[in-house]
Design a protein around this ligand. Structure first.
Ligand SMILES: [Fe+2]
Length: 198
């Protein structure tokens, strides 16, 4: 099965029932030291060299996710940024690999993220978003939905036009329906500043 086929398969699965939203308990004071987190993730990543699921993709998901978050009430931008870095980090190859969501989720606990000021609610959201992003479902949780929408809005890189019906949030649906093109961000530091980093 080709990488293109595997991505389409995930997106084409019927939606699962919406994930219950958290919507509270967000650690508003958290500042994500993204450069330090990247220093921890890169050595254990199995996708770093991938043109489709490597660091350029992580950054694109982060950039789009932070854009969507601005118009998504209740969305935790810190979690969106964390999801972007971790969700495909443990992907093996560009073909069919559904368990990579679970492997990415495991990084949430193994990287010592509490020392970055992340709260339990944020860690749990990041874990769920990573673990279930391969299932092709939708989420009613604004943070998880934004994570998944951002990932799906990058499908143009593999020649697939994102479809509004696979988007969880109004912002994601609007972006897909309008064919919105997002600005390309090339520096993690620019993204970190958008969530209060130095
Ligand atoms: Fe992805």
């Amino acid at each position: 099965m080709s990488w293109r086929r595997s991505i389409r398969t995930a997106a084409d699965k019927p939606s699962t029932p919406a994930v219950a939203g958290s919507g509270n308990g967000l650690n508003a004071g958290a500042f994500l030291d993204i450069e330090e987190i990247l220093r921890r993730v890169r050595p254990v990543s199995t996708s770093l060299a991938s043109a489709f699921h490597g660091e350029d993709h992580w950054r694109e998901v982060a950039s789009i996710g932070l854009d969507l978050a601005q118009s998504t009430p209740g969305c935790d931008e810190i979690v969106v940024l964390l999801f972007a870095v971790l969700h495909d980090a443990r992907r093996i190859g560009d073909d069919h690999d559904p368990p990579h969501g679970g492997r990415g989720a495991a990084l949430v606990r193994s990287l010592g993220l509490r020392q970055f000021g992340l709260g339990e609610t944020q860690l749990a959201l990041a874990e769920t978003a990573c673990r279930d992003h391969t299932g092709g479902g939708l989420s009613a949780d604004p943070t998880i939905g934004t994570c998944w929408d951002a990932d799906r809005l990058t499908l143009r890189r593999v020649g697939i036009e994102p479809a509004a019906r696979y988007m969880s949030t109004p912002s994601g649906r609007a972006a897909a329906a309008s064919g919105r093109r997002f600005a390309r961000v090339t520096e993690w530091s620019a993204l970190a500043r958008r969530v209060g980093g130095p």
